[in-house]
Design a protein around this ligand. Structure first.
Ligand code: HEC
Length: 263
């Protein structure tokens, strides 16, 4: 038997097969030398192309690892949470007064629902046989409007974020990797109790002194005088004058923090 005998070229599935039509597909045997065994010839070629993409993605993943951040920290209120870039337009929509607050359902359910619903119902809403964009002004106008709204909202969202601050957030630190310096913290000591009573310190430096938005205090390289200086006057992103307590307590706290040296 000739190879491919009885096989038909597969046509466009959207076009109805009509056996009475003169241009019905020819039998495969009319294309000598154009047939090929599915196994292994065809599959081998498919797999080779598949392998090229697989290795390509593999290399891309190695060259550009996913931007993982430290585990979410609910005590860090300064963290700027953002969705991935392709959802920024929906996120931006929720910032406008008629799509947020009391109207939140409008921005989060109704508007996206209408848009996705219209997209799903497109075959029934738009039954025109015409394919040229110029002959289908309404669907084309709606689509252009939607695309420009998405571009505009994404732009606005990107523009409203302080990316310099954002880039310093969510860093995976030694703390997250369990690589804390070997420092023993006596949580019963007066120094720790004073630290604990100053909840603002804990908010930025953590109850374990391993840092939150502020740096880790374990294994610091400061003397008691320098610690006191930082607490009173502040430094960089740390405001001064936040300490609540007596001068004596301040001295005890400074002594305690300066004593958090590696064993
Ligand atoms: C708003 C957040 C915030 C608060 C509140 C805060 N700090 Fe800080 N702290 C920081 C930041 C940020 C730095 C790093 C400053 C820099 O970059 O120079 C820092 C630095 C320090 C340092 C120096 C650490 C080093 O290794 O150089 C000490 C000590 C310190 N803070 C103690 C305290 C104490 C004690 C309190 C409470 C009275 C406190 N901080 C409150 C954010 C804060």
């Amino acid at each position: 038997m000739q190879r491919g005998k009885g096989m038909k070229f597969v046509g466009d599935s959207r076009v109805k097969i009509n056996d009475r039509m003169p241009n019905k597909p020819k039998d495969y045997t009319e294309y000598p030398g154009k047939t090929e065994a599915f196994w292994p010839d065809f599959l081998l070629k498919e797999w080779m192309v598949g392998a090229v993409f697989l290795i390509g993605y593999l290399l891309l993943t190695v060259a550009h690892p996913s931007p993982l951040e430290a585990p979410a920290d609910p005590t860090d209120a300064s963290y700027i949470a953002l969705p991935d870039w392709y959802f920024l337009f929906m996120y931006q929509l929720l910032k406008y007064s008629y799509f947020s607050g009391a109207y939140n359902v409008l921005g989060s359910v109704v508007v996206p629902g209408l848009a996705m619903g219209a997209l799903a119902l497109m075959p029934w809403l738009d039954t025109s046989k015409e394919r040229r964009p110029s002959k289908r002004p309404i669907p084309v106008a709606i689509m252009l409007l939607a695309v420009s709204a998405m571009v505009y909202l994404t732009w606005e969202s990107v523009d409203s974020v302080n990316w310099e601050v954002k880039s310093t957030q969510g860093k995976i630190t030694d703390k997250h990797l369990g690589l804390l310096p070997d420092v023993e913290v006596d949580t019963k000591s007066d120094g720790y109790l004073i630290y604990e009573a100053n909840s603002s310190c804990i908010g930025c430096h953590g109850g374990d002194l391993a840092g939150v938005s502020g740096p880790m205090l374990l294994g610091n390289e400061l003397t008691a005088e320098e610690v006191q200086e930082v607490i009173v006057n502040g430094r960089g992103a740390m405001p001064g004058g936040m300490f609540e307590g007596t001068d004596e307590e301040l001295a005890t706290l400074a002594e305690f923090i300066a004593g958090l040296k590696e064993q």
